[in-house]
Design a protein around this ligand. Structure first.
Ligand code: NDP
Length: 252
């Protein structure tokens, strides 16, 4: 029932939230949904044209004005993450949460064949960038009454599966990062830390991973938004450190 509390149109009003991978798929759906519920959004991804389309849609449909960070997370440094933090502070004066959503699938290949450069890129984008952004932005999020750090995991990050390579390994580590942060921050601060496994969802990544699947056989990203929105709302304050399967909340 508490998830429904976050359906109110003002459930994220006044919050400032960073979404990585906001140009497409689940991140784009979250950016639009959170802005429609009152949040100021910082959109981060590589493709500037796609980010501008999301920007335009948010600007025309809502009373909020987002900002865009066109950036390749493969080359993120702590210094750049701190510059982003400074820019957010200048623009909005606060930061209430991060949705670590950007990911690269990488090749479906055995560990024995996996190319070293691709391994490094997938781990950089899916895992290391989340560490760097979190560390740089923690002081700002700590100042929020209800800070949130939400990671995106996958079933291949809970039980190893052949040929999922760096992607699967990055998701195991993402679960570990989430649990470690939740244990460090849960009692000391107002920050709550979660991981969401969206499960099969109708996006380009899903189509690449399962080319033979009919896209309509899995839910659209929008179907998960009540859960995503709830985790960033004040209503989830009593929880911490949960790794949640979005599929469990689809019909609720
Ligand atoms: P998409 O491929 O549709 O979107 C991925 C997003 O990440 C895009 O906005 C992309 O933008 C961004 N991105 C990719 N590489 C980089 C980079 N180097 N730097 C910055 N941004 C980057 O994926 P989904 O929406 O399907 O996935 C979202 C999350 O959900 C991921 O963490 C994924 O692992 C997870 N997930 C998805 C499932 C599914 O079935 N869809 C199932 C389980 C987990 P751009 O190209 O502009 O950089």
């Amino acid at each position: 029932q508490s998830i429904e509390l976050a359906n109110k149109p003002d459930s994220l009003k006044g919050k400032t939230l960073l979404i990585t991978g906001a140009s497409d798929g689940i991140g784009k759906a979250a950016a639009l949904d959170f802005a429609r519920h009152g949040a100021n959004i910082i959109l981060l991804a590589r493709n500037q044209d796609k980010l501008e389309q999301v920007y335009d849609q948010i600007e025309s449909e809502t009373n909020t004005q987002p900002i865009i960070f066109p950036y390749d997370l493969n080359v993120l440094s702590l210094e750049v993450a701190k510059e982003m933090t400074y820019a957010i502070e200048q623009e909005f004066g606060s930061l209430d949460g991060i949705l670590h959503n950007a990911s690269l699938l990488g090749s479906k290949m055995s560990i024995s064949q996996y190319p070293e450069n691709e391994w490094n890129e997938v781990i950089n984008v899916n895992l290391n960038s989340a560490f760097l952004l979190t560390q740089a932005m923690l002081p700002l999020i700590e100042a929020s009454d209800s800070g949130r750090i939400v990671f995106t995991t996958s079933s291949v990050g809970r039980q190893g599966r052949a040929f999922w390579g760096a992607y699967g390994v990055s998701k195991f580590a993402t679960e570990g990062l989430m649990q470690t942060l939740a244990a460090e921050l849960g009692n000391q601060t107002n920050i709550r830390t979660f991981a969401i496994n969206p499960g099969g969802t109708r996006t380009n990544m899903r189509a690449s991973a399962y080319p033979g699947e009919h896209p309509e056989s899995v839910p659209a990203p929008e179907a998960h938004m009540p859960l995503y929105r709830y985790l960033f709302s004040d209503h989830s304050q009593e929880h911490n450190g949960l790794s949640i399967d979005a599929a469990d909340y689809l019909s609720k």
